[in-house]
Design a protein around this ligand. Structure first.
Ligand SMILES: [Zn+2]
Length: 167
């Protein structure tokens, strides 16, 4: 499938378990990463953009204006840990493990066993600079929340055909 087809048929998946949004307003498995936005514990005006790459488990954490997170030096910071916890609620631990390609061996799938298995491989920092992309996906996501509920098509979504391919 082309990138166009994949992005035009993305399905919305109901959360595995209900999630509170105050701490982690946005989490997704996309672009080969678990990524999302985590509220700062201390400053209401600040958020962190955190991510873990599939396969390498390389991690990134920085503020929305691109300052590196002080807690993410050589270790998964609290933001990344919170993101993992919420991804597990949203998608279920098995699905997160599959997406990130984590081998849990005999461990019970959970946020903690995911962290242990990934961190045992001594992952490095991710310098791919994904934060800006993730943050703009989050803002886009928020913009849809401001629309009045309706079953009519959104004009900007009419770029995309219904799930069947159009010849
Ligand atoms: Zn952090």
């Amino acid at each position: 499938m082309s990138a166009w087809e994949r992005s035009s048929t993305a399905r919305v998946i109901a959360p595995a378990r209900p999630r509170k949004l105050a701490k982690v307003p946005f989490v997704e498995l996309a672009d080969g990463r678990m990524q999302g936005v985590v509220s700062s514990g201390s400053d209401i005006g600040r958020v962190y953009v955190s991510s873990i790459a599939a396969s390498t488990y390389a991690y990134g954490c920085s503020t929305n204006n691109n300052r590196p997170c002080g807690g993410a030096r050589g270790w998964y910071c609290n933001h990344i840990r919170a993101l993992i916890g919420e991804a597990v609620l949203q998608y279920g631990a098995e699905r997160v493990a599959r997406y990130l390609k984590v081998d849990l061996a005999d461990a019970e799938p959970s946020g903690d066993s995911l962290i242990d298995a990934m961190f045992a491989t001594r992952p490095g920092a991710d310098h791919s600079g994904a934060a800006a992309t993730v943050f703009s996906r989050f803002l886009r996501h928020l913009a849809y929340l401001e629309l009045a509920p309706t079953t009519a098509p959104l004009p900007e979504m009419q770029w995309f055909p219904p799930t069947r391919a159009v010849a």
